[in-house]
Design a protein around this ligand. Sequence first.
Ligand SMILES: O=C(O)CCC(=O)C(=O)O
Length: 284
Amino acid sequence: MSHNLPFVTSHAGEDPQVLRNRFQEWGYLYLKSFVDSGRCEAQLEEILEATNPHVVRPQGSVLPQLAGDPFYETDAIWDEVYPKVQSLESFHSFFHQPDLQELMQQVVDDKVFVYPIKMARISTPRKVGYETPPHQDAYSHHAGPTMAGIWVALHDISEAMGRVKVLPKSHLGGVRKVFQAEGVGGVQCEIYPHETQWHVSNFEQGDVLIFHSCTVHRAEPNLTQNTARISIDTRFCDYGAPVFSTNLEPHHGWRIDTLGWESIYEGWNNPELKYYWKTYPNLF
Ligand SMILES: O=C(O)CCC(=O)C(=O)O
């Protein structure tokens, strides 16, 4: 039987060496209220315009609400709304903002490379069993030990809403065997019998979770009646570390025909982030 303990908490402004040591000790950093609420709200609003009419925020509601049938990644509704989410310039720029880049830089202790692949997660109720199973990003993103994931809560996320949790110190054992599973990503990694204690807390808007490429993490099921959980994430590494080609495609671009960089870039104002990785020195 597994049980949860709260995340070990970090704060913006802590000594970068302290943050790095904590990251290497536990395999993750959980930063409270790192991203300004206004920025999260603005990003959430734009995403909700793209998910309308399936996930909306009715007048008076703070949290996104599922307005019709539940869905998960690869369902027809997902395939309808996700290209619209992926087309948002603000969504692709989010992790390139100076404070987030500086945070990633502190973790890698070097110049940072933010992966082109940017993910939005929409966890709806009534899809129990389809939440992201336990996995390691080293496997999913074909990456080495200096890659990490960065995940941002765009609104408060309570226990019932499908939080993301981590298996503390699981990065210390390297990359594990995987087997097929239901849920986002379709694979699950091995969990050893003694690994029963997970770390998780209720998120507040703007909280940031950073996880080592070998840290096992998973999503909890969304057990609410109608509330959808929306978060965004990407991957990063020290500049020059090898980056595998699948991370250069838009998320789900490999299976949704209309989802490619050309269509994503249509209508963008700032050309700076278009194909910014083309000059990266270590793509494979
Ligand atoms: O947000 C989620 O549901 C899954 C996040 C995750 O597992 C990941 O970013 O690798």
